[in-house]
Design a protein around this ligand. Structure first.
Ligand code: CP
Ligand code: NVA
Length: 311
């Protein structure tokens, strides 16, 4: 078994481990097809293990998928709403990390500030998983890549079109492009560009990351079209931003420019009529609910990798 590891970003695992996670997730998903969702997998590889989850921000998918993932792996999960814990009254992150490490086998955190999860990971003696920060959302991208692969698309050389705001999900997608060698065209106004350091890192690893203001050119011939909310949690709605992003809404005309077999992804929650039209969201190319279900299968592989069982 490998030594336990944190999963704060995709680079903590690297390309080979991410490929192993995708394979493992596909195998485990197939092996339990049709079973009740709470029934443990036949091998229950995390029997007796407990996951502690801290949420400083709202969540539906991350919360439920990690909880169900732990049940399917034979373990259990405890959900902590940060505001209802002593963290909400200012208990030190370092102390929280050391206490939870005595009570749980693995910790997942969703927080506004990436520095907080780095601090927690410094003091924790069990693996820490990033369940979304202001900077990245690596677990989402493992589920997204699983969704792409199970639709029969190879990752190396894949052409991904991202349209709209540049946020935590895009930053993890860009990191994945560098690790798995696929290409991303980002369609966004100049004022909403991705972090240049993230782009440069992926480009140095051999991914082609291009930035463009031309939404139609970005969508042209893409294998996968992706968007996300224009207003991430903690970011204020603004009419200026709404107007600036309107040309990047993924609608039927933009989707028609992608390959005929292209799929549409969105991490959810969606704001139908804003970043995506109802026709695309509900249309035949939309894989968003497979993508949501795949959060469970991806989390299981991430949990096993963190605990040294995979890769
Ligand atoms: N996609 C995602 O992380 O969803 P939740 O915010 O509901 O967890
Ligand atoms: N970019 C979004 C993702 C939600 C899962 C946010 O941070 O709110």
């Amino acid at each position: 078994m490998r030594a336990p590891s944190n999963f704060l970003d995709l680079g903590d695992a690297g390309g080979d481990a991410i490929a192993a996670m995708i394979n493992d997730a596909q195998d485990r998903k197939a092996a339990r097809a049709g079973w009740p969702k709470g029934r443990p997998d036949a091998d229950s590889p995390l029997a007796g293990h407990v996951l502690a989850m801290i949420f400083e921000k709202n969540s539906t998918r991350t919360r439920v998928s990690f909880d169900v993932a732990m049940r399917q792996l034979g373990g259990g999960a405890i959900t902590l709403e940060a505001a209802a814990t002593q963290i909400g009254r200012g208990e030190a992150i370092a102390d929280t990390a050391r206490v939870l490490s005595r009570m749980a086998d693995i910790i997942m955190v969703r927080t506004d500030d990436h520095a907080k999860i780095e601090e927690l990971a410094r003091y924790a003696t069990v693996p820490v998983i990033n369940g979304l920060t202001d900077r990245s959302h690596p677990c989402q991208i493992v589920a997204d890549l699983l969704t792409v692969v199970e639709r029969g698309k190879a990752l190396p050389g894949l052409e991904v079109a991202w349209l709209g705001d540049c946020n935590n999900v895009l930053h993890s997608l860009i990191e994945a492009a560098g690790l798995m060698r696929f290409n991303i065209r980002v369609g966004t106004p100049d004022d909403y560009r991705p972090d240049p350091a993230a782009v440069a890192l992926a480009q140095d690893s051999g991914a082609r990351i291009t930035l463009s203001q031309d939404a139609a050119a970005v969508a042209e011939g893409a294998d996968v079209v992706v968007t996300d909310t224009w207003f991430s949690m903690g970011h204020a709605h603004g009419e200026d931003k709404f107007a600036a992003l309107a040309p990047y809404r993924v609608d039927e005309a933009l989707m028609a420019r992608a390959r005929p077999d292209a799929i549409f992804l969105h991490c959810l929650p969606a704001h139908v009529g804003e970043e995506v039209s109802a026709g695309v969201f509900e249309g035949p190319q939309s894989a968003v609910f497979d993508e949501a279900e795949n959060r469970i299968h991806a989390q299981k592989s991430i949990l096993r990798w963190c605990l040294g069982q995979l890769g």
